[in-house]
Design a protein around this ligand. Structure first.
Ligand SMILES: *Cc1c(COP(=O)(O)O)cnc(C)c1O
Length: 448
């Protein structure tokens, strides 16, 4: 396996781009990331001609994989050749909006934007504008894009910017609490209840090792927000149209948020974001309401075509059965391998997401009989229950250096491309095959 072309490209990139990349996480690969020449099914081929089984899938957007079905490709090409965009509405925006409203129960109206970040920025502004309140509650280790209101760390008593360039005075409006911790949420509502515009959370922490909610946690959030006149915002940028199929994670969990942010899959591989929810709240966006929101590229016809055709293809074919079935094969295979070779580690994920977190705390359970078989579900009767990550502090405590410096490279050497660090999730696509799963499990067996 040579990497001369990737190295030469990275050398050039370092001269003209900060860290040689356009998104920070891409540089996490050491000593340098490989450059992709093209995708092929569930695989990518790098600039030196090496082929990898790709479980990164663009970090989430590629539900169908790299080789798009003919009807999806044709729709994208037709839109592109009609002229890229116009600055005035097109039919395809209405088509995609209708599709989402039809399939996601909490969404009565929707506005499209251009990234997940833009979606959460707009959702936070909307929640503040609608409620007339300033503060938002977020989960430690949750990710909502590169935006001022959520690049905040610490706790509700001492919130602090997690990035240079975010003023402390902005961070003070954000109250970070641990995921799965009802008492911590109760405390911030006791203290600041009248000034909390919204609780903003991923339904499943999917950017931090994948942490499943405990039974009843989201029902609790639903209740306490309603009680205090605050909004519940689900950030489904990753889980939307991935977990729970076309109904999204909220339908699987059976909890109805006031607002939902979308991104990734909803644009079929093109830049996208969206804010959906109760009509009365979404109507607060300009021009129907006082909360300003606009975008030159919003509702871009090529993106809308890619998103709509992708979701329609999923509605008419066995896409979710296929990806969820392979996801389950991966997680149950990994559960066996981990039990055998690294019993303190935790297999996580659901539907078509999977990850092994290198947890190491405590002596571990006496027996792995009766443990969750296809990824941690925070099941209190599971013998691993006390050892599985419940929040970001637990994930952070895992062996990130071993993951990054030893394990990732061992997988790459076996032609398996995993996400760039211990925290990012991995995804199954419609193009992946059982052979990809078998090869990958074999590689884990060698690398763990
Ligand atoms: C990826 C992601 C975002 C940010 O989306 P971008 O398109 O990268 O701006 C926001 N929230 C969640 C949950 C995400 O996974």
């Amino acid at each position: 396996m040579t990497d001369e072309n990737s190295r030469a490209l990275y050398d050039r990139a370092l001269s003209v781009m900060p860290g040689g990349v356009n998104s920070a996480v891409r540089a996490a690969i050491e000593p340098y990331p490989f450059f992709v020449q093209k995708g092929d099914g569930g695989h990518v081929i790098d600039a030196d001609g090496n082929r990898y089984i790709d479980w990164v899938m663009g970090l989430g957007p590629l539900l169908l994989g790299h080789s798009l079905p003919e009807q999806v490709q044709a729709a994208i090409q037709k839109q592109a050749s009609a002229g890229p965009m116009y600055g005035t509405p097109t039919e395809i925006e209405v088509d995609l909006a209708e599709f989402v409203v039809r399939h996601v129960p909490s969404v009565e109206k929707i506005r499209f934007v251009n990234s997940g970040t833009e979606a959460t920025v707009s959702a936070v502004r909307l929640a503040r504008g609608y409620t007339g309140r300033n503060k938002i509650v977020v989960m430690q280790g949750g990710y909502h894009g590169a935006q001022e209101s959520t690049l905040v760390e610490g706790d509700a008593e001492n919130p602090a910017p997690s990035s240079a360039g975010v003023p402390q005075s902005f961070a003070e409006h954000t109250l970070p609490v641990p995921f799965n911790d009802e008492a911590a949420v109760r405390e911030v509502f006791d203290e600041h209840g009248d000034d909390i515009a919204a609780v903003l959370t991923e339904p499943i922490l999917a950017n931090y090792g994948i942490v499943h909610p405990e039974d009843g946690y989201h029902e609790f959030l639903r209740e306490i927000t309603a009680e205090h006149g605050s909004l519940l915002i689900f950030d489904e940028v990753i889980t939307g149209f991935r977990v729970g199929g076309l109904g999204c994670a909220q339908s699987e969990l059976g909890v109805t948020p006031d607002l939902t942010t979308f991104g990734k899959i909803i644009g079929g591989g093109f830049p996208v974001g969206a804010i959906g929810g109760r009509a009365e709240i979404i109507e607060s966006f300009a021009p129907s309401g006082p909360v300003f929101q606009a975008g030159t590229f919003s509702g871009h016809p090529v993106t809308m075509a890619a998103g709509l055709e992708t979701l329609q293809f999923a509605a008419e074919n066995d896409v979710y059965d296929h990806v969820n079935d392979l996801g389950e094969q991966l997680r149950s295979g990994l559960t066996d391998i981990v039990a055998d070779q690294a019993p303190s580690y935790t297999v996580t994920g659901t539907d078509s997401m999977f990850k092994v977190i290198f947890t190491r705390d405590g002596p571990g359970p006496d027996s792995l009989e009766e443990q969750c078989k296809t990824g941690c579900r925070q099941n209190p009767t599971c013998p691993r229950y006390d050892y599985c990550p419940k929040n970001s502090a637990d994930v952070k405590n895992a062996e990130t250096e071993r993951w990054r410096r030893i394990f990732w490279g061992k997988m790459k050497a076996q032609d398996v491309f995993l996400s760039q660090n211990q925290f990012e999730c991995q995804f199954v696509s419609y193009n992946h095959t059982e052979a990809d799963v078998e090869t990958t499990l074999e590689a884990y067996k060698n690398a763990l």
